[in-house]
Design a protein around this ligand. Sequence first.
Ligand SMILES: [Fe+2]
Length: 256
Amino acid sequence: MLQDVITGTGDATRWQDFVVPQCWNDFTAEDHAVWDLLFARQVELLGSRVVSPFLDGIDLLRLSHPGVPDVDGLNALLTPRTGWRVVAVPGLVPDQAFFAMLSERVFPVGNFIRARDQLDYLEAPDCFHDMFGHIPMLAHHDFAEMAEHIGRLGLAAIAAGQGEKVARIYWHSVEFGLGQEGGELKILGAGLASSFGEAHFSLESDAVERLPFSVERAVNTPYKHDAFQPRYLVSASLEETIAEVGGLTSERLLAL
Ligand SMILES: [Fe+2]
């Protein structure tokens, strides 16, 4: 997940320096039970209220298999499909390293899972948010391409001191976007797909704004990282947003 503070341009740290072994064997029976509880609860909650490629990804990557997924097993399914691979990290990755990962089709997932008494509280995104929320869409070829492109845009924007622009595009699409599909409003973003409270809130609350997604609007729309969003951007379709974001050049982005 994206760190909420843009860290600027001078960091020469390599993204590889943030990667740690997942140590899957260190997950306890309780950890696996928490995953199973979260997974069952969220799949039931979402039903068909999430874009269909997300549900396809759950199946393709066999995420319904009990227990916390192991990174190697996930990559054995994901990498041959779209070239993306998952690496374990101990927490939030600074923006420059995060976008560098995306630009190389690498997605960081937390090497920890929340406790049972904190099912709905997340100080830092854990492996349920990262693996359940994000990874299914990376099995979709066009989304996978767009996500890599966002990584390249992010690096260019940070180098120009404008990283916040890409952070906002990412936030309002990949993380908290909604989208139309088959004439229905659906969840598109990982932050919503993995959230018990905000999934329905984003679709049904009368107390929020829902505005059509465009890169211009995304760049000009601040977001909240510590509360439900006051507004959501709605893609006309997943395909249109993929085309718009995927076709955005860094020159145009910096001019927005
Ligand atoms: Fe995230």
